[in-house]
Design a protein around this ligand. Structure first.
Ligand code: MG
Length: 346
């Protein structure tokens, strides 16, 4: 029999985090522990407020789902199908169940998840994200990120030029740019892209609002840099038409409902010649460790959500010189998790 425990948790950010569209200092999380036989699997739902889920919705989702309908985690396909049909939306809490089930399966099958997905073990050069801030703070954050090979710069406010100037005054590293839907005029967006290419940007994430379909069709045909859909691409269904609007997609477990669909999205994207970015929310090392197992499928990795927090309750893969080194612990790769020590938030 599969049993479940949950814990609400408040993940605090090291610094106030600003992007086009808002600022925050913490992220509500629901942690999930699944037990089967002598095995334990951990999962996580990270729920930044703008996506609409919260601790109450996640708790009620879990409390009304009947795990006793299934006899073993080996029925993962049927379980996740039923989880997805249990209620519309709710991708983060669905991801928590998916991650915990995969952690269980890896432990039962005695293998780390990259092996379960039949992927090579690869060192992942993750980017380090720099939020929107003053020139002085931006320079400071860039200098703090000296270990990393790529910087992910949040733009889309009204001071894009100042931010890039500040970054370039202290670093010549290649840049991932994320406008978070902040550019609303397609001609201006096109000019910004050309300028950012000269400034050493590699791609642009979500340049325009997710529903600006006509503008994105126009822009994707003219852009001199790859355009990556993030807010505009959440689940597998949306990948099918992604190439009308983007050159690639940002896959995140909290949008995709977990590893299983993320893996399917990456496979479909590859078959369509779309670029693949593997991203995250502000997350504990639980969801970050899980996502890293799909790293070999990604062109670009942005798995730094656990690095910008002060109270990560888990320990996962090591980061050495800006590279995530997958460990060979079975399942998602948490090192000696101690559930009882984790302090409940509400
Ligand atoms: Mg993004």
């Amino acid at each position: 029999m599969i049993s479940i425990e949950i814990k609400s948790y408040l993940l605090n950010k090291k610094h106030v985090f600003r992007i086009a569209g808002g600022a925050r200092t913490n992220t509500p999380v629901l942690l999930v522990k699944l037990k089967y036989d002598r095995f334990v699997g951990y999962g996580e739902a990270s729920m930044p407020p703008l996506y609409g889920e919260n601790i109450a919705t996640a708790q009620s989702f879990i409390k009304t789902f009947d795990f006793s309908l299934f006899s073993s985690p080996l029925e993962i396909e049927a379980i996740l199908k039923s989880v997805d049909q249990h209620a519309k939306g709710n991708p983060a809490i669905k991801a928590a169940v998916d991650i915990a089930l995969h952690d269980l399966l890896g432990k039962m099958k005695n293998m780390p998840l990259y092996e379960y997905f039949n992927l090579p073990k690869k060192e992942l050069k993750t980017s380090k994200t720099i939020g929107i801030d003053s020139a002085e703070i931006t320079r400071q954050r860039v200098e703090e990120a000296s270990d990393f090979h790529y910087l992910k710069i949040k733009l889309g406010g009204d001071n894009d030029t100042e931010i890039i100037k500040a970054v370039r005054s202290v670093s010549d590293k290649p840049l991932f740019i994320d406008a978070n839907q902040g550019w609303t005029n397609k001609e201006e967006a096109l000019d910004k892209i050309a300028w950012l290419k000269d400034e050493g940007a590699i791609f642009i994430e979500q340049p325009m609002p997710k529903k600006a379909f006509n503008d994105m069709e126009w822009l994707v045909a003219r852009s001199t840099l790859p355009l990556i859909g993030d807010e505009g691409i959440q689940r597998l269904e949306e990948v099918k038409t992604a190439s009308n609007f983007y050159h690639g997609i940002n896959i995140k477990l909290m949008k995709s409902t977990g590893l299983r669909e993320a893996f399917a999205m990456a496979n479909l994207a590859k078959s369509m010649n779309l670029k693949i970015m593997l991203g995250c929310m502000s997350e504990t090392s639980c969801a970050i460790a899980a996502a890293a197992h799909l790293g070999a499928m990604a062109d670009w990795v942005d798995l730094d959500g656990n690095l910008g927090v002060t109270n990560d309750p888990f320990q996962g893969h090591q980061i050495i010189n800006g590279c995530i080194h997958l460990n060979d612990t079975n399942g998602i790769g948490l090192i000696n998790p101690d559930w009882n020590k984790i302090e409940t938030y509400v």
